[in-house]
Design a protein around this ligand. Structure first.
Ligand code: URA
Length: 435
């Protein structure tokens, strides 16, 4: 086989066979195909697309390009995982993992770091002093055995083809291809041993997929990949027009997750986590329906067992559980400044994208992959779309360590806010469900 022939085939809109895709992935992973030919193939896929069958083959080939985790000896029944396409204030994993574990289903989760205005679970976890997110596969397995709950970073040996391809896509304008995004996400889940997957596909101004149509297309493709490869997969399409919960920023989000696990916290975050838990518990076979799963999940918040699971996980990963018992002691920013409403009315817009960008300006997120971040800073919004607001009510609070950025971050956040005289409807939390 010759790489040039495969590029020409895809460039001309033809379908690649399974053996051609496998050959291409194996050879670019081992360094036999130069970056310029990988880039050319990515561009051909970007313009010509891939069928669901080709995308499934690409996913499986990338999942098998390095080590794969087989957790079946440790986890009785179905190994179930969840993935979010990412958003602003999305601390779902911090709440969901302990809930699902408290329901008796093992959670062995590989998470990522944040990039741009979207946060990452690993950064949030690092706001807990001492907590280790880089575990060897022996440590990962030992923790599953001991505690039944682990959330850690991905080792370079899992799906290395995806890592290599993504780096090239990132600098060749070929990230925004549904076939490449779907195979990238699903290959990492397959390599990590998932047998059933709940996808949280976000849509809205703060999401990767800004329109419902695009989110639905991506969700349908990922669900098809799961189905074609024998893994039960469902997708919930959820809102990312406004931040999830109130807090945006690492330590701030950990505090909010702890509040939620203590049966308090923002109603939208709670409802979203219970919905996702319902799906995970249903796919795992623990319950007969999603609603029964959500009900069981809700009990773990009320009786404190989910909170206990977080303590257990933090302790197992070397974190200081004092900070979980006393979250007010987590790292705090030096300057706390609240912006108030200049008028009466209804909040018709508090765009996630603006709040996310303002948080990045404050240092809560990174523009480029290896940028340092400040775990203490961020923004807490006080209102949700549809809220009735009086003059002087707090709109959002900036938590900053650099006084020079406060004004520009406030301006960025304010540019995403509209207050209208007319009553404004609240936003739905979930738009669609695909199975
Ligand atoms: N997230 C991924 O993991 N891969 C992509 O290609 C896009 C988003």
């Amino acid at each position: 086989m010759r790489t040039i022939d495969l590029i020409l085939k895809k460039r001309d809109g033809e379908e690649l066979s399974n053996s051609e895709i496998e050959w291409f992935v194996q050879n670019f992973t081992s360094g036999n195909i130069p970056d310029y030919q990988i880039a050319a193939m990515s561009m051909a896929i970007f313009f010509r697309g891939m069928t669901a069958r080709e995308t499934t083959d690409l996913t499986i080939a990338m999942a098998n390009s390095g080590d794969t985790l087989d957790l079946s000896d440790l986890i009785p029944g179905v190994v179930v995982d969840k993935h979010s396409t990412g958003g602003v204030g999305d601390k779902t994993t911090l709440v969901l993992a302990p809930i699902v574990s408290a329901c008796g289903v093992v959670v062995a989760k590989i998470s990522g770091r944040g990039l741009g205005h979207g946060g990452g679970t690993l950064d949030k976890l690092e706001a807990i002093p001492g907590l280790q997110i880089q575990l060897t596969s022996d440590q990962f397995r030992a923790q599953i055995k001991e505690t039944g709950i682990v959330v850690a970073g991905q080792s370079a040996s899992l799906a290395p083809a995806d890592g290599k391809l993504y780096k090239i896509r990132d600098v060749t304008g070929t990230v925004a291809s549904n076939a490449l995004i779907a195979s990238s996400i699903m290959s990492k889940k397959f390599a990590a041993g998932a047998q059933a997957i709940v996808l949280d596909v976000k849509t809205g101004n703060g999401a990767f997929m800004t329109t419902l149509k695009d989110a639905r297309e991506l969700a349908e493709l990922m669900v098809a990949i799961g189905r074609n490869s024998g893994r039960k997969t469902v997708a919930v399409i959820s809102d990312m027009n406004q931040p999830l919960g109130y807090a945006v920023g690492n330590a701030l989000e950990v505090r909010e997750a702890i509040e939620t696990l203590r049966d308090d916290g923002p109603p939208d975050l709670r409802e979203h986590c219970l919905k996702m838990a319902g799906h995970m518990l249903h796919l795992s076979g623990k319950v007969d329906s999603v609603s029964a799963g959500s009900e069981l999940a809700s009990k773990t918040l009320k009786d404190g067992t989910a909170f206990q699971e977080l303590l257990k996980m933090v302790a197992a990963q070397g974190g200081d559980t004092n900070y979980i018992d006393n979250p007010e002691q987590l790292d705090k920013a030096k300057i706390i400044s609240t912006v108030k409403s200049p008028q009466d009315g209804f909040l018709s817009r508090i765009d996630a994208i603006n709040i996310g960008k303002a948080a990045v300006m404050l240092g809560a997120g990174r523009e480029r992959k290896n940028d340092p971040i400040d775990l203490a800073v961020g923004i807490v919004v006080h209102q949700k779309v549809g809220s009735r607001i009086n003059t002087g009510d707090p709109l959002f609070t900036i938590h900053a360590n650099n006084p020079e950025i406060i004004n520009s971050a406030s301006e960025e956040a304010l540019a995403g806010i509209d207050i209208t005289i007319e009553k404004s409807p609240t936003l739905p939390l979930h738009y669609d469900f695909i199975e």
